[in-house]
Design a protein around this ligand. Structure first.
Ligand SMILES: *[C@@H]1O[C@H](CO)[C@@H](O)[C@H](O)[C@H]1NC(C)=O
Length: 109
């Protein structure tokens, strides 16, 4: 997952350098699911406000009966997320009344 997201980050950076500032001024969001069909293990990952929703089917009726969200949005106005951003070297600021990510540390040590 890390390698796939790093690859995509590279594509966006290249796009930013060659074509458009769009990747630098818009937000990021992604949700990824990996399922090992042998073990039934499910691994989910998300960034921003994309979510993974799990709907289990009732084997008798085939209809979804247990639906739940497996991920939480990363919102800079949530205190724990703001703390995480600051700890990673980023900044959080309010623009036009909206809490936004200020700066990102591009080369964390
Ligand atoms: C799924 O789990 C099995 C048993 O642990 C493992 O041998 C297999 O490599 C896993 N598959 C993938 C794609 O990781």
């Amino acid at each position: 997952m890390k390698a796939a997201l790093a690859d995509e980050d590279g594509v966006l950076l290249e796009n930013f350098m060659r074509e458009s500032v769009e990747p630098a001024v818009s937000g990021s969001t992604v949700a990824v699911c990996l399922i090992n069909l042998t073990t039934g293990e499910l691994v989910v990952s998300n960034l921003g406000d994309s979510h993974v929703i799990l709907a289990e089917r009732d084997p008798k009726t085939e209809y979804p009966y247990h639906i739940r969200r497996l991920t939480q949005a990363h919102k800079p106005e949530v205190p724990s997320e703001e703390a995480r951003i600051r700890e990673a070297g980023g900044t959080v600021e309010k623009r036009n009344g909206i809490t936004r990510l200020g700066e990102l540390q591009l080369n964390p040590s």
